[in-house]
Design a protein around this ligand. Structure first.
Ligand code: CMP
Length: 141
């Protein structure tokens, strides 16, 4: 099924100069970028994006981290894009992530974990709409 998913290159990976490598990996894996923006999240924007985690003990630190520098937000498109992106990223905790995954390569710890990707079709729809209107998303064909 042709899907769209939201990808974020987090502040740690942007600051370390890995934006290009990460974007290039998505391109090599055949995921098409249909929207992309570099921005610095405000506190309310980060809190809103991670609202489902509001009750978690790590929420305040997560918001602090996500607002600590620029991020790249992207919409990736492809067959089974949601699951493929999750495989490319690897496990949330880099200590558990498989060799060659983005988090194994670029993440420092479970919080500063380089990239975010939507975890399912409903989340993907909500997360894509959080940053992009349909007009922002290009048709390559
Ligand atoms: P992400 O995939 O963006 O979804 C929620 C984020 O919360 C996650 O990546 C991490 O950045 C962070 N996170 C998840 N679990 C923990 C944890 N146990 N401790 C600290 N941060 C976490």
């Amino acid at each position: 099924m042709l899907e769209r998913t939201l990808s974020i290159i987090k502040p740690d990976a942007c600051r370390a100069g890995h934006m290009g490598e990460i974007i290039s990996r998505f391109e090599r894996e055949g995921l098409r970028i249909v929207a992309m923006r570099l921005l610095r999240l405000t506190r309310p924007q980060a809190e809103g994006f991670y609202a489902v985690h509001r009750e978690r003990p790590f929420f305040a630190d997560l918001v602090e981290f996500m607002t600590s520098g620029p991020v790249v937000v992207m919409v990736l498109e492809g067959e089974n894009a949601i699951e493929r992106n999750r495989r490319i990223m690897g496990a949330t905790d880099p200590a558990q992530a498989a060799e060659g995954t983005l988090r194994k390569l670029f993440a420092s710890n479970i919080q500063n974990n380089a990239v975010h990707g939507s975890d399912g079709p409903d989340t993907a729809r909500t997360e894509v709409a959080y940053f992009f209107s349909t007009l922002d998303q290009v048709d390559w064909d």
